[in-house]
Write a protein that binds this ligand. Sequence first.
Ligand SMILES: [Zn+2]
Length: 108
Amino acid sequence: MFWDKLKPSTNEPKPISVDLSPTFAIQVTWDDWATSRVPAAKLRLECPCAACVDEWTGARLIDPTRISPDVRPVGMEPVGNYAVQIRWSDGHETGLYSWRQLRTYVEG
Ligand SMILES: [Zn+2]
């Protein structure tokens, strides 16, 4: 249908909720009932911001040994309709995690 072509990416799954589970994993529930669950420390390490990843080479600039395994999010803010900004307990807060990235952690 013509109208369907006007609406972008209607087939892309959308997040229903983002929660911090008791095991310090970030859990995203999607509108197709899939669940992404990723340990907070791993997500912190995979922060895609310019301070953590070289934007030209894609090389990771974080020293994994400097990320506490106890790091956890202290705040989350949606950014537009494509990402969530996470503030971490280590003070880092420039990372925007796109839903597309979070979707890659879907289980099963
Ligand atoms: Zn970062």
